[in-house]
Design a protein around this ligand. Structure first.
Ligand code: EPZ
Length: 417
């Protein structure tokens, strides 16, 4: 399969943003904490969500999906182990560790998979869980944990890791007393997870700040929760409209969550009308460089928007400098953008984009989720037809990207080999 795009058409119309992948995945893990029923609304239809549901069913949970509503009954959970093949499907499989430990007192799993963005260890996750009293043995990628009696502690994270913060929050629900996480991640997805846990009966304070406190919970209750909108999908549509000289209303988003992206679009010459839960973006012919973009933990510029914004930067006059501070190797889309005519030089963590470069349709290959989205954006601007292979990476985080952009007038279809 591949995506075939005939570029050159400005995007026009209205598009609604689906639920957030990076929020629903830890929330699906968190359903394990409740020996009862959790209803999750606005759940996107994504490959990674399917992988998480497969793990839940392997653990013995009953999962039912109706449209964008997923119901999980974890009362029938009967094992604490997850096979290697399931763990390798995605990065966020590791977030089941904290939840299974809290529910059963033991866990057996393997190192997680996920997009190839350089080294992605889980040392912060494991050292934090050991701090709470978990006994963890790891050998050859196999991880065995026992936590008969976890006790709340103060945990200082050396880096505000999103996944480590989530794993600690989930494990801490079964750690006696109170757990305090210092230098916690502040991403909106952390706040959404905290909101879900609070509805379950967990007392949590400070989510969204760098200091989070979680109290041990005695009694949980059933939950109904609507997942927040996906801020990276929202950013992708905003960027697509801007770089094709289009006029698009992006609905069902939280403007604050994409503020660093909209600020860059405005300073490069786009017109934005920002409303409570929607943004209208109109691109112009004469876009100018965004300057220097440094990826940082939230509320800084999100690393997940780096590749999409780099595609945009190729259409802006002047030099843009990207500094990728979060992952070791997140420039694998550069070679493919170059194949389409972009002028980009990479030295270590820095990528320098010289624009404006006219892009030509080409055969390109996605190698990770957001890099793949960047190739789609470039293809929408390119002169001629592009074929994007390995689109399975894009399907991890975008619900039918071809339908979304087709709704906005793009010529994009999914084709068999
Ligand atoms: C989450 O990944 C997101 N994934 C990523 O989105 C996102 O890019 C990332 O947070 C940063 O915002 C999900 O939520 C499923 P981290 P995560 O732990 O939790 C290092 C996408 O495209 N680190 O904050 O894995 C790590 O190697 C994906 O949707 C350690 O060294 O991110 C990385 O360099 C890609 N040791 C940095 O910290 C650890 O124990 C940030 O990782 C953990 C992380």
């Amino acid at each position: 399969m591949s995506l075939e795009v005939c570029g050159g058409k400005p995007l026009k119309g209205e598009i609604a943003v689906h639920g957030a992948k990076n929020s629903v995945l830890p929330i699906l893990s968190a359903t394990v904490l409740r020996a009862g029923v959790c209803v999750i609304e606005n759940c996107p239809c994504l490959r990674d969500v399917h992988s998480a549901i497969t793990i839940l069913e392997h653990l013995g949970c009953r999962v039912h999906r109706e449209g964008s509503t997923v119901t999980v009954d974890a009362s029938t959970l009967h094992t604490c182990s997850i096979p290697d093949a399931m763990m390798r499907e995605m990065r966020s499989s590791v977030i089941f560790l904290g939840a299974i430990l809290a529910r059963t007192g033991c866990a057996e799993l393997y190192l997680p998979g996920g997009c190839e963005l350089g080294n992605r260890p889980i040392d912060l996750h494991l050292s934090a869980l050991r701090c709470l009293g978990a006994e963890i043995e790891e050998e050859g990628g196999h991880i065995c944990c026992k936590a008969s009696c976890m006790v709340g502690r103060e945990i200082q994270l050396s880096f505000p890791s999103v996944g480590a913060t989530e794993n600690i929050m989930l494990a801490a629900t079964a750690a006696k007393g109170t757990t305090r996480i210092r230098n916690a991640a502040r991403e909106p997805e952390i706040v959404d997870l905290a909101c879900f846990l609070q509805k379950m009966g967990v007392s949590i304070r400070g989510a969204g700040t760098s200091e989070i406190e979680v109290d041990c919970v005695e009694k949980t209750q059933d939950v109904i929760h609507r997942v927040m909108p996906d801020r990276i999908v929202a950013a992708t549509y905003l960027i697509g409209a801007a770089m094709t000289g289009g006029d698009v209303l992006v609905c069902d988003l939280v403007p604050e969550h994409v503020a660093t992206v909209t600020a860059l679009l405005e300073c490069s010459g786009c017109n934005l009308d920002i409303d409570r839960d929607k943004i209208r973006v109109r691109g112009t012919e004469n876009l100018k460089s965004c300057g220097t973009i440094r990826t940082m933990p939230y509320p800084g510029f999100p690393t997940d928007a780096q590749a999409p914004l780099m595609a945009y930067a190729t259409q802006c006059a002047g030099t843009a400098v990207f500094v990728e501070n979060i992952f070791d190797s997140r420039y694998r889309h550069v070679s493919e953008l170059t194949r389409m005519g972009a002028n980009i030089q990479v030295v270590g963590r820095v990528a320098v984009v010289e624009g404006k470069s006219p892009l030509s349709g080409a055969n390109v290959s996605a190698s990770d989720l957001r890099g793949g989205a960047a190739l789609v954006l470039a293809a929408l601007c390119a002169d001629g037809v592009s074929r994007i292979s390995e689109e399975k990476y894009i399907d991890r985080g975008y619900e039918s990207i071809e339908n979304g952009f087709s709704k906005l007038g793009a010529e994009i279809i999914r084709k068999g080999e």
